[in-house]
Design a protein around this ligand. Structure first.
Ligand SMILES: [Zn+2]
Length: 205
């Protein structure tokens, strides 16, 4: 396979990108200046070294000092450490932070549990979530918010998390809440507008 076709194949594997878009991306790179190409390839090759996965919430964050294993959200004393919002993926956190209505902590589960194949839950960070909740129960955690998309898989994932929470000693002190119905059925959290997210969080039940 020639380099151009190889690059197209990489782009085709990107989420939501089809064969035609992948070709357009590759041909766009051919129109870039040598400086742009150099910067672009340096960014790609250095990305995994400059970004780390937070040991607490599991989101990716830019490591400025190169040492911290906790992201700035988890480390911030200004955040409400009594609330933990569980989301499917990193990009959901970006959307919620943009809405500016949530001041608690997060946990990135890493996916959802499909309604038709619950064995898929093994690929998620259920064990990691259980350990974080156990650890944080002693330091004031009092609410876990299930922040999943409004669709059958999202609801199934919510039940999976509730089953994990029931296994935790002292979990009866925890309030487990769901995002309010501001989110329309079938909608993905990542694409919800800030106003909708704000309503969903304020009207959680
Ligand atoms: Zn974090």
């Amino acid at each position: 396979m020639n380099p151009l076709d190889k690059l197209v194949t990489y782009f085709e594997n990107f989420p939501g990108i089809g064969a035609r878009q992948a070709r357009r991306f590759a041909f766009h790179i051919l129109t870039m200046t040598p400086e742009e190409t150099k910067e672009f390839s340096a960014l790609v090759s250095g990305l995994q070294d400059s970004v780390a996965e937070c040991a607490s919430c599991r989101r990716f964050f830019a490591q400025n000092d190169g040492r911290s294993d906790i992201c700035e959200l988890c480390a911030s004393p200004a955040r409400d450490h009594g609330k933990l919002l569980v989301v499917e993926r990193d990009t959901d956190i970006r959307s919620i932070e943009r809405s500016g209505v949530y001041d608690g902590l997060y946990f990135v589960l890493g996916g959802t549990v499909p309604l038709l194949d619950s064995r898929e839950n093994k690929k998620l960070r259920g064990g990691g979530l259980k350990r974080i909740i156990e650890a944080r129960l002693g330091s004031g955690l009092n609410e876990v918010i299930l922040g999943f998309s409004v669709n059958p898989d999202g609801e199934n994932t919510g039940r999976f998390i509730e089953s994990i929470i029931r296994e935790i000693d002292g979990a009866d002190k925890l309030k487990v809440s769901h995002l309010g119905r501001g989110l329309s059925t079938g909608s993905e959290l990542e694409y919800a507008d800030p106003e909708t997210l704000k309503n969903a969080l304020q009207n959680r039940y």
